[in-house]
Design a protein around this ligand. Structure first.
Ligand code: RET
Ligand code: FE2
Length: 294
């Protein structure tokens, strides 16, 4: 998103510092972290994706209820196909998910030079693996077979390590890269190092990514009230579907609720992110074209 306001940087830094203090005091175990993750993603993370219908209305003329229902059906069918693909080919799906997540998250610094933007994308996903390899492999183990979980974690460690070296080298050698975006990325590296992976993810995904995307999208839409109401409604439906999925998965393997929640949250995010990315990318390109034309 283009030229984000400074308050977003401060909000993220404060939230990360608060999380460091709180987790230092409470030392939450994995079950507690997963139980924190689900409501945060549902209440703060999901609405940024639920604005996609309003984005689509700007991109295409979705006439009346018919047009909207058609769009939502297409969006959800694409997501359902991705879930089926994940069930059939979990390992390939995890690798693809990690790569396109890094690409999607790099968009949080879309107004920065390419190298800084890519370092940011790699930091968001590679940071936790670099500092907490065992924990990340353990969580990936809920999503894919163990060998693939370990391989994916090792790849993230390499990607994260490379990105961190490039980031530090850029800061030292190129004073022009010492921007607010770089400060945010430095905070991401610190948060990834100091926080357990799921708490880190809550803070980054909910407080930086989701807030930035929601604010930028709302600002560029005409009918903001309608967009927020629709997003609230769609988020509530998606959260209900997620609860059903957790209960359904849990009925098969009672006692493994942590696994059921992790699968629902992350495979759900993987499935929703593909149509979300396609739309956000189109919308950002359209906004850049409009900005250039003005
Ligand atoms: C599973 C998992 C991770 C990756 C999460 C990803 C990749 C989430 C992507 C979400 C997207 C793309 C949302 C779009 O808006 C981390 C952070 C390495 C920590 C350990 C567990
Ligand atoms: Fe997003």
């Amino acid at each position: 998103m283009t030229s984000s306001p400074a308050w977003q940087t401060w909000l993220f830094i404060c939230a990360a510092a608060f999380a460091v203090v709180l987790t230092g005091l409470l030392e939450p175990d994995l079950t507690t972290q997963v139980f924190l993750l689900a409501p945060f993603v549902a209440v703060i993370g999901l609405p940024h994706g639920a604005l996609d219908l309003s984005i689509a209305k700007v991109l295409w003329p979705l006439r009346g209820w018919h047009g909207k229902v058609k769009f939502v059906s297409l969006y959800l069918s694409l997501s359902a196909l991705i879930v089926i693909f994940w069930i059939l080919f979990p390992s390939a799906s995890l690798f693809a998910f990690l790569i396109y997540s890094a690409v999607h998250f790099s968009g949080d610094w879309s107004d920065s030079p390419t190298a800084l933007r890519w370092c940011g994308g790699a930091a968001t996903i590679g940071g936790p693996a670099l500092f907490h390899q065992g924990d990340v492999a353990h969580i990936f183990g809920y999503l894919v077979p163990e060998s693939a979980a370990n391989l994916a974690t090792s790849c993230l460690v390499i990607a994260g390590g490379t990105a961190l070296v490039i980031f530090v080298a850029m800061l030292i050698l190129q004073p022009t890269t010492r921007t607010r975006a770089a400060a945010e990325q430095a905070a991401i590296w610190l948060a990834a190092g100091l926080l357990v992976p799921l708490v880190y993810f809550i803070v980054y995904f909910c407080v930086l990514h989701s807030v930035r995307h929601t604010v930028a999208t709302i600002e560029s839409l005409k009918d903001r009230k309608d967009a927020l109401l629709t997003a609230g409604f769609l988020s509530a439906i998606t959260a209900l579907m997620a609860v059903s999925s957790i209960l359904f998965l849990d009925s098969f393997k009672a006692g493994l609720i942590v696994e059921s929640i992790s699968q629902t949250v992350f495979i759900g995010l993987a499935a929703l992110t593909i149509p979300h990315m396609i739309l956000v990318d189109r919308f950002q390109r359209r906004s850049h074209h409009l900005a250039e034309a003005l």
